[in-house]
Design a protein around this ligand. Structure first.
Ligand SMILES: Nc1ncnc2c1ncn2[C@@H]1O[C@H](COP(=O)(O)OP(=O)(O)OP(=O)(O)O)[C@@H](O)[C@H]1O
Ligand SMILES: [Mg+2]
Length: 258
């Protein structure tokens, strides 16, 4: 059974909440410092709920560098990304910068504020891209096309911006499909690497990912070799024309969506 627990931030220094605030090594001094940061972020309380568990407490997610929980501010529910005490980076600063850059072109959950150990952002309610792909039968083909086109457009925008997400070759944890698809987690993003957002996501969706064949069938794409050739062409040209050729072959041009 799923449970939820709302905890004011001053109580986060107590057991068992401190185990989430300072995961995986609870420490009172670290907790006090972190609670002060939460005050700067104007977080009033944490809502422990979610399928992932730390002890008995539910959280939204848990990764190699962070624990993600729901947080309440005066403006409602947000997502709070908490730096793990054993993370291989000393602060959230770089991720915050990358996240803000993505937001500047309308990509990613809305970034609200960050401190050394936290990023506060919009909560995205939805399915992971893999769960969404497994439910394809439930949607209309046009609805599916709209989501895919929107996701590809976002990846093309990231490419044009020069921001490489870095983890889109296996995006199951990094794209949430809500009303729209939302790319999350800019922890591995870079502006110095060669960008490959669009090619990685197309490769996953239509060529190598677990639902590629089914998706090709659904969209009436007969030949995967053409997609592979057009991916190679896009890698070379990286322009609007080579993107349009891909969209057209994937039957995702605007005329075919409406
Ligand atoms: N804004 C958000 N809205 C809803 N859920 C989110 C949001 N941000 C993160 N999550 C959830 O929390 C999980 C972990 O988040 P994220 O990938 O940013 O953390 P991470 O520590 O970098 O994880 P990883 O090591 O797996 O990359 C995500 O897979 C997702 O399920
Ligand atoms: Mg990550």
């Amino acid at each position: 059974m799923s449970s939820s627990e709302l905890v004011g931030i001053d109580d986060l220094m107590k057991e068992p909440y401190v185990n989430v605030l300072c995961y995986p090594e609870p420490d009172l001094n670290v907790a006090i410092k972190r609670i002060n940061e939460l005050k700067l972020l104007k977080v009033n309380s944490i809502l422990f709920e979610g399928k992932t568990k730390i002890g008995r407490l539910g959280v939204v997610g848990k990764g190699c560098v962070s624990v993600v929980v729901k947080a309440l501010t005066d403006f409602g529910i947000s997502v709070l990304k908490i730096r793990r005490t054993d993370a291989n980076r000393i602060s959230m600063k770089r991720e915050a910068e990358m996240h803000l850059m993505a937001n500047s072109i309308g990509v990613g959950p809305k970034f609200f504020e960050s401190t050394e150990n936290f990023i506060l952002m919009e909560f995205i309610e939805g399915y992971s891209i893999l769960e969404w792909l497994k439910r394809l039968e439930e949607y209309s083909v046009n609805g599916t096309r709209k989501v895919l086109r929107e996701l590809l457009d976002q990846c093309f925008s990231l490419d044009k911006l020069g921001l490489d997400h870095g983890e889109l070759s296996d995006p199951k944890k990094h794209v949430i499909v809500s009303k729209k698809p939302v790319v999350i987690d800019f922890e591995s993003a870079s502006i110095s690497r060669k960008v490959s957002n669009l090619t990685k996501i197309i490769q996953y969706l239509f060529i190598g990912g677990p639902m590629a064949k089914k998706l090709r069938q659904l969209l009436g794409i007969e030949d995967e070799k053409i997609i592979i050739d057009l991916i190679k062409n896009y890698k070379k040209e990286m322009d609007w024309i080579s993107y349009l050729k891909l969209l057209s072959t994937l039957n995702l041009i605007p005329q075919s969506i409406d």
